[in-house]
Design a protein around this ligand. Structure first.
Ligand code: CP3
Length: 362
């Protein structure tokens, strides 16, 4: 009798700690009853409802108003039956709390008003708590969680990695060659270290706050380090700060996805910086990238988002290729290898989600 109640207690403890949602199961390397799918930039300009809302509100208004951010977050989830929602925000608003000016200019993308140009500018940056500076997004996470909890759809929070944010803070916008960023990094190595340390501190605090607000997974976007730097510079100027960020966020108690773009030349090293799940871009075939990361580690990816611009037959073949290469191993989250583009036909998103679910359902 004592023995059987022990077994029951152990089983119910396991039931408490083992998630049931396919996305959260895959993030822990557990088998799931279908391959979960969500898509980078799933809430965005390819959606007519989003474009309609954007005619009335600026991007920053959508991000800072919890009810509007919630509405946008839910649009693709309600429309396509995705397995996770990513809170609608951007990686750049946390820079405002540190003292930088941010605007999104139609056609030109993000602009930082007075970019960092000196070591003094680095020392003037603040590191205020996210609860004060990002309260709109934290509230949106609470609202989305309340809405989606009964439907079993988890909410993902996110932040930018230190190098990617430093590149915006120094260049003043998106860069092609990262000249100013690299000049600063190489000329002022001590200030560079202080800058990336401040950015890692602020993003770690922000990610932990998102988990406390209800985010059930967290994704770190390092969009540009891999494009800007060779392996040795990455290891010297970026990896220590990414390690610091992932180590701090490991305390959140939710899975963390390390999505570092363009790092095919040093994928294992980028993955070794931390995170539970490795987000893969579309440059390597999924099986080869997964082998480099190690099959014991869950991965997310990695369809080229341009595939969604192709006719269905071609798109389906490319989805099947990703699934064939994943080979039914537990620990695969289906996703695109970079954000959906505004020209993406809505019907292709719908068919993609249906196809992944149909093909992989147990
Ligand atoms: O649905 C989602 O995926 C969540 C929302 C989200 C946005 N930005 C909204 C957004 C996420 C996860 C981001 C991350 C982000 N933002 C990254 C990392 C991912 C990546 O793509 O590499 C980066 C580098 C940024 C910075 C940024 N924001 C740029 C370069 C741009 C302009 C280019 C573009 O795509 O328009 C933005 C604007 C932005 N962020 C839009 C959206 C939906 C476009 C919005 C609009 O004008 O309505």
């Amino acid at each position: 009798m004592a023995e059987s109640s022990g077994v029951t207690a152990a089983a119910s403890a396991a039931a408490e700690t083992e998630p049931t949602q396919p996305f959260l199961r895959a993030c822990r390397g557990l088998p799931a009853d279908r391959t979960p799918v969500w898509l980078l930039r799933q809430a965005g300009r390819y959606l007519p409802e989003y474009r309609a809302l954007r005619e009335r509100h600026s991007l920053l208004e959508l991000i800072r108003t919890p009810e509007l951010a919630t509405e946008v977050t839910l649009m693709p989830v309600n429309e396509f039956g995705l397995d996770a929602a990513i809170v609608f925000s951007d990686i750049l608003p946390p820079l405002v709390g540190m003292g930088l000016d941010l605007d999104f200019v139609k056609g030109d993308g993000p602009q930082i008003g007075s970019p960092i140009a000196s070591t003094r500018d680095v020392d003037l940056l603040g590191t205020p708590p996210a609860e004060e500076t990002m309260s709109g997004t934290l509230e949106a996470i609470r609202l989305v969680r309340a809405e989606l909890e009964p439907r079993g759809v988890p909410v993902i929070g996110f932040a930018g990695a230190p190098f990617t944010l430093a590149s915006y803070a120094i260049e003043g916008g998106t860069s092609k060659d990262f000249t100013r960023t690299k000049a600063f990094m190489l000329s002022e190595p001590a200030a560079w270290k202080r800058l990336l340390t401040k950015l890692a501190t602020v993003q770690a605090d922000y990610l932990l706050a998102q988990a406390r607000a209800g985010a059930q997974a967290l994704q770190v976007f390092d969009s540009w380090a891999g494009r800007a730097l060779g392996r040795e510079d990455y290891l010297r100027y970026v990896a220590p700060h990414n390690r610091e960020l992932f180590a701090a966020v490991a305390r959140a108690g939710v899975p963390v996805i390390n999505f570092s773009l363009g790092v095919s030349a040093y994928l294992a090293e980028a993955a070794a910086c931390g995170g539970d799940v490795v987000g893969l871009d579309w440059q390597l075939p999924l099986d080869e990238a997964w082998r480099r990361v190690g099959f014991e580690r869950p991965v997310q990816g990695n369809l080229d988002p341009a595939s969604l611009l192709a006719p269905w037959r071609e798109l389906r073949a490319r989805i099947d290729d990703v699934l064939d290469r994943a080979d039914g191993r537990p620990g695969h989250v289906f996703n695109v290898g970079h954000g959906l583009v505004p020209q993406t036909p809505v019907d292709n998103v719908r068919r993609l989600v249906e196809h992944v679910h149909e093909r992989t359902s147990a």
